[in-house]
Design a protein around this ligand. Structure first.
Ligand code: UFG
Length: 327
């Protein structure tokens, strides 16, 4: 079986990617520090504990498994935190990724799949966000991811490293079989926080800002199901295996939903009340982020058929009710 090195395989998206890789016939080898990941989320292949910044440890793991490709998920990913502590984001995301990319090239691995973000585009009014849109990140998280995209471009030119870069919009939902799901500590994302509030596990949800220039005053996001997202990664891997070369793809559906619309859908999916209040804007939040691209559908043959709000919330709710992480 072909080994794929999955950094961050113990995290939310990485664990779903490991499941998708295994289903597609690969062996996902998780490389994770377990700082924000969970050992019991590594169910589909071996776990190698290590820091991304530890070059010797990376070299050892490359030597042991001889992976055919790297999928790089491990990162700090909270917009608000990145505004408070940008240094932490530049060190953890950019410097560590540079070490990983150098180790990848030194090991002779030619294919690299990278999780980037729509936060690299920033807040652009009335601009259709496609892969050739200009990037003006407004937070350190987006800035750090854009820098890693640049590093990949430069190593592509100097060493022939081929990369598929995915710019995610807002990832949501969980494995419909509830083997893995979303759990961050602390949690900052809208849907899991809302489900916790519905279940009475935390206080009411606070809507961050109701004075945005949107129809109902709250921010608009393009939500994509985590299972659809990781399916795109398997397609991206095959794209590289077929020698089609470096390419950037947005992963979003093109439909935007406001925070209030997400609350309304959650109420109807769970049949329960959503306790919420209205608060101030969160620094670093863009008004509207919606993908304007169909490149992944057209070129990769991606079919994001679980990415309706209804399915994302009901899959997240099913996972939530398993109580996996009620600690
Ligand atoms: N929100 C609230 N209350 C909360 C949490 C979130 O109103 O308690 C709002 C946010 O202001 C935002 C929307 O819900 O408008 C979604 O917020 P999330 O925190 O769930 O997601 P973000 O949009 O901040 O971040 C996500 C990913 C990032 C990515 C970013 C791009 O986590 O990795 O999308 O915007 F960069």
């Amino acid at each position: 079986m072909t080994n794929i090195l999955v950094t961050g395989g113990a995290g939310y998206i990485g664990s779903h990617a490991c499941k998708a890789l295994k289903r597609a016939g690969y062996t996902p080898v998780t490389y994770d520090s377990l700082l924000t990941g969970w050992e019991d989320a590594v169910k589909f292949g071996p776990l190698e504990k290590g820091e991304l910044s530890d070059r010797a440890r990376l070299d050892e793991v490359f030597e042991k498994y001889k992976p055919a490709a790297v999928m790089h998920f491990a990162a700090l990913s909270q917009v608000g935190e990145s505004m408070r502590d940008p240094g932490m984001y530049w060190r953890a995301n950019v410097l560590s990724s540079l070490t990983l990319i150098e180790a990848t090239v030194a090991a002779g691995v030619k294919n690299f799949v990278f999780s980037s973000t729509c936060a690299t585009y920033g807040d652009q009014d009335n601009v259709v966000l496609n892969e050739s849109s200009a990037q003006y990140p407004i937070n350190a998280y987006g800035g750090s991811k854009r820098a890693i995209e640049d590093i990949l471009r430069d190593f592509g030119a100097s060493s022939g490293l081929e990369s598929v870069i995915f710019r995610y919009f807002n990832v949501a939902g969980a494995d419909p079989e509830a083997e893995v799901g979303e759990f961050h500590q602390p949690e900052t994302h809208l849907i899991p926080l809302m489900l916790d509030a519905i279940a009475g596990k935390r206080d009411a949800l606070t809507i961050f800002g109701t004075d945005y220039e949107t129809p109902d005053g709250t921010c608009i996001r393009d939500y994509v199901h985590v299972c659809d997202l990781v399916d795109a990664h398997v397609l991206g891997l095959k794209w590289l295996e077929e020698g089609k070369g470096s390419r950037i793809f947005n992963l979003g559906t093109g439909s935007g939903f406001s925070v209030r619309e997400v609350i309304d859908h959650s109420r109807s999916v769970t049949n329960m009340d959503v306790p919420y209040n209205e608060g101030d804007r969160r620094p670093g939040d863009c008004t509207k982020l919606v993908s304007g691209s169909t490149r992944a559908v057209e070129e990769l043959g991606w079919t994001p058929d679980r990415s309706t709000l209804q399915t994302m919330i009901s899959d997240a709710w099913r996972w939530h009710q398993t109580g996996h992480y009620d600690k």
